[in-house]
Design a protein around this ligand. Sequence first.
Ligand code: PHE
Length: 392
Amino acid sequence: MAHPISARRSTTVSVFALLCALLCVLPCVLLCVTGCKGKTDEIVIGEFGSLTGGTATFGTSTHAGVLQALDEINARGGLLGKKVKVVTEDDQSKPEEAVSAVLKLIKQNNVVAVIGEVASSRSLAAAPQCQRNKIPMLSPASTNPKVTEAGDYIFRACFIDPFQGSTMAKFAVNSLKLKRFAILTDTKNDYSVGLAQYFRETAKKLGAEIVAEESYSEGDIEFKAQLTSIKTKSPEAVFVPGYYTECALIARQAKELGLTVPLLGGDGWDSPKTTEIGGAAVDGTYFTNHYSEQENRPEVKKFIDTYKQRNAGKVPDAMAVLGYDSMMMMADAITRAGSTEGPKIRDALAATKNFAAVSGTITIDAQRNAQKSIVVLKIDAGRFTFVESVAP
Ligand code: PHE
């Protein structure tokens, strides 16, 4: 039988313990209801991108496109009777930060799906996390084939680099009638290395010659040694499959060295910064891209008008368009899935067929890549002018 004093003490102790437990648990419960689980009356989608760093225009443009789509989706009543919210994480243009960003979105924000990234190296870093957690990831603009090979939860809203590289090689050989090329690759960038390979393969198949191969690393600012060596081999054009900051500097330094042959590039050239940094030196460059502001399709015109109204008259670049398209494609998949469960959204994304996007009609193939057309653009007096469109 318990002694009366110790019985009283143990009652006091257990009331105290209960109070302590309540005090500890209550904030967590409140936090989870309002924060970590998300409100039950809204659907939370994650976005990760380079809002700052060396490719900041990629992230900020994509984000503007995502928000434009989000507002349209919510204006017409949201999805599955709920409001949609987008939580955005900045990865500072760094692959390791991309990993932390998606983990945060998945673990802390409980997102049902993720949109991102633009740069292939960062999509490659983040994809395994989405795959492991069965959270569908839709890359708006990563074109390296390896990205979607990360698993059956990883999709993209754009074409892939074998198509992009071969299109530029065919254009250079067949339309520009050139036969001697140099290639200047960013060896730290999966996208650049892949695109160089596909250009090289097709150019050689078409009977052209690669007379020089040089390399650099993202972040470099001095390219004169490589360009001097390229100049001695007298190529008829130089293929530069990189991102806008380095590409525009390369164009300037090439002109300074008297290397005046056309430069050829891929979608990484698409940024308002290309002409801002490159000035007249980027005139005469040809590059492949996801869309042209000069296309006459009504959906392009409508998108550009709204984008300009929302963004102080700015003309949208390809990332803005692809951010918008990705968000719309994700909304379409969630609607068809009738659910926000990862496996169901995954299945619906995989079944995407003839989806009318601003950047073209999207059909997702068995490798979870988008089958769609590509455009060739020329930089002419600072303007990206439409040259041709090539079907997949
Ligand atoms: N395709 C590039 C990559 O995979 C990224 C990019 C897309 C850059 C669109 C510019 C425009 O890394």
